[in-house]
Design a protein around this ligand. Structure first.
Ligand code: GDP
Ligand code: IMO
Ligand code: MG
Length: 429
C-alpha cells in the first residue's frame, strides 16, 4: 500500500484539485508541500464549487489537512480562505488542519515587490500571480524570512523585521513603490499570531507517526513541472520546485515515503502568464478550447492560453519528476473536434529535438512537430468507464500513453468529482 503524490505535468491548472479530491476518499491525510496562494484548485461536488489556494483539497472530504514547511503562507490569505470555506460549510479547526511551524510567511512587502518588479519588467514580465511568492522564497534562501514559529516570539519578530525591511524598503524605493513601516507590520502580525499559531506544530512528527500507524498520505502538488524553478521554462516559472521529490523536503519525510507519483495532464495544453508555449493555438480552435474548457485562471481570472497536447513536454515531465502514472483530464473538451494534433517534438533553427532544450532563446524559437489524429463525433463528457468513451477517444488516450512513456491511471471527463474513469488504483501500486 503506497502513498501517492499528485503533481501537475504541464503548466498548471490540469485539474489537480479534482483528482486530489477524488483520491482523498482513499487517503487519511492530504499534505501541501510547496507553492502558496498562487495555486487555485477547483473542486466540484454536486451543486457546490470549492476554490482552494492554500488549504489541502482533502478538507472537503473531512480528511486531515497538513500544510508543510515547503509552502509559503500568507497569513491574511490563509485566514480569509478558512473563513470562506467555513461559510460554505466545511469544518476547518485545529483538529482538521495542521501547519508546519517552520513554514515561511508571505508578508505585504512580498506582494508589493512582486508587483513592482513585474511593472518594471514591462514587455518582459513573467506574468506572476502578484502574490509575493518569488520574493518570499528569495527571503527563505537568503535566511531573512519570518516563519510561522516566529509569531510566538515578539522580540524575534521585531529583530527580523529590521533586517527584512532594510532589504525590502530599499528595493521598493528604487522601484518607485511605497515602503513599509515596521510598527504597523509588527502590530498586524501580533494581532494575527494567535489565529495562526493554533494550527502550528512540527508536522514532520505527526506525519512520521501517521506513516508508522499505516495511514495513507496523499501529497498535493501545486503548479506543475514546466513551472519548476529548475526544470521548467526558466525564467518563466514559479519560485519553488514542483517535481514530486519536493514532497519529501517540503513536508519533512523521507523520499521513500512519497510513494506513487501521479502526474496530471489535460488532454490539451494551457498556460497562464508569459513564456514559451510551442503548441499554442492563436486560431479559432484555441479560442474554442478556452471557451469549452472555461480556461480562466482560478487565482487571477486571466484567460489561459490554449494549445494542442504536447507529448514531448509531458514526456520530459514524466522523466524529470519520475511520474509513474498519468491522469488525463478534460478529455470532454475535445468532443466533436474533427481533427486533433499532438506535438511529438520540436524544430529549432532547422534542427529536430525530442525535448525542449534549456536555453530560453531555443525555447522561444521551438516550432512544434505534429502528429495528426482523427477526432470523435460522440460525447465523452461524464464517462465513468472505457465502455462509455467513443472508440476514437480511447485511441487518443492510448496514443498519448505511448508517446509520454507512462501508463494512463485515471481519465477525467467532467469537473464533477465522480466523472472519472479508474484504470488502476494508484494507492494499490
Ligand atoms: P488545478 O490547479 O490543477 O487544481 O486545476 P484548476 O482547478 O485550476 O483548473 C482545472 C479546471 O478544470 C477546474 O475548473 C476544474 O473544475 C475543471 N476540470 C477538472 N477536470 C475536468 C474535466 O475532466 N473536464 C472538464 N470539462 N473540466 C474539468
Ligand atoms: P495551480 O496549482 C497555473 C504561474 C503564473 C506565472 C508563473 C509565476 O493552480 O496549478 P508566481 O506567482 O508563482 O511567481 O507566478 O507561474 N502560476 C500558475 N499557473 N497554475 C498555477 O497553480 C500557477 N501558479 C503560478 O501564472 O506564469
Ligand atoms: Mg489551478
Amino acid at each position: 500500500m503506497a502513498n501517492v503524490a499528485v503533481i501537475g505535468a504541464q503548466w498548471g491548472d490540469e485539474g489537480k484539485g479534482k483528482v486530489v479530491d477524488w483520491l482523498a476518499s482513499r487517503a487519511d491525510v492530504v499534505v501541501r508541500y510547496q507553492g502558496g496562494h498562487n495555486a487555485g484548485h477547483t473542486l466540484v461536488v454536486g451543486n457546490e464549487t470549492y476554490k482552494l489556494s492554500l488549504l489541502p483539497s482533502g478538507l472537503v472530504r473531512g480528511k486531515l489537512g497538513v500544510i508543510g514547511n515547503g509552502v509559503v503562507i500568507d497569513p491574511e490569505a490563509l485566514l480569509a480562505e478558512i473563513a470562506r470555506v467555513q461559510a460554505q460549510g466545511l469544518s476547518v479547526t485545529p483538529d482538521t488542519l495542521r501547519i508546519a511551524d517552520n513554514a515561511v510567511l508571505i508578508l505585504p512587502m512580498h506582494g508589493a515587490l512582486d508587483r513592482a518588479r513585474e511593472a518594471a519588467r514591462g514587455e518582459r514580465k513573467i506574468g506572476t500571480t502578484g502574490r509575493g511568492i518569488g520574493p518570499a522564497y528569495e527571503d527563505k534562501v537568503a535566511r531573512r524570512a519570518i516563519r510561522v514559529c516566529d509569531l510566538a516570539e515578539p522580540e524575534t519578530l521585531d529583530a527580523k523585521l529590521d533586517e527584512l525591511l532594510r532589504h525590502h524598503n530599499t528595493l521598493l524605493a528604487s522601484l518607485g513603490a511605497a515602503t513599509f513601516d515596521k510598527a504597523s507590520v509588527l502590530a498586524r502580525l501580533l494581532e494575527l499570531a494567535p489565529s495562526i499559531l493554533q494550527y502550528a506544530e512540527p508536522v514532520w512528527e505527526r506525519l512520521d507517526a501517521l506513516r508508522k500507524a499505516g495511514k495513507r498520505i496523499l501529497f498535493e502538488g501545486a503548479q506543475a513541472v514546466m513551472l519548476d524553478v529548475d526544470h521548467g521554462t526558466y525564467p518563466y516559472v514559479t519560485s519553488s520546485n514542483t517535481v514530486a521529490a519536493t514532497a519529501a523536503s517540503g513536508a519533512g519525510i523521507g523520499p521513500h515515503v512519497v510513494g506513487f507519483v501521479l502526474g496530471i495532464a489535460k488532454a490539451y495544453s494551457t498556460r497562464v502568464g508569459s513564456g514559451p508555449f510551442p503548441s499554442e493555438l492563436h486560431d479559432d480552435i484555441g479560442a474554442l478550447l478556452g471557451e469549452r474548457g472555461h480556461e480562466f485562471g482560478t487565482v487571477t481570472g486571466r484567460p489561459r492560453r490554449c494549445g494542442w497536447f504536447d507529448a514531448a513536454m509531458v514526456r520530459q515531465a514524466v522523466k524529470v519528476s519520475g511520474i509513474q502514472g498519468l491522469v488525463l483530464t478534460k478529455l470532454d473538451v475535445l468532443d466533436g473536434l474533427k481533427e486533433l494534433k499532438i506535438c511529438t517534438g520540436y524544430r529549432i533553427r532547422g534542427e529536430v529535438f525530442s525535448h525542449l532544450p534549456a536555453a530560453a532563446g531555443a525555447q522561444a524559437a521551438a516550432e512544434p512537430i505534429y502528429e495528426v489524429m482523427e477526432g470523435w463525433a460522440g460525447s465523452s463528457r461524464g464517462a465513468r468507464s472505457w465502455a462509455d468513451l467513443p472508440a476514437q477517444a480511447v485511441k487518443y488516450v492510448r496514443r498519448i500513453e505511448e508517446l509520454v512513456e507512462a501508463p494512463v491511471t485515471l481519465v477525467s471527463t467532467s469537473p464533477e468529482r465522480d466523472d472519472t474513469i479508474m484504470v488502476r488504483d494508484p494507492f494499490q501500486d
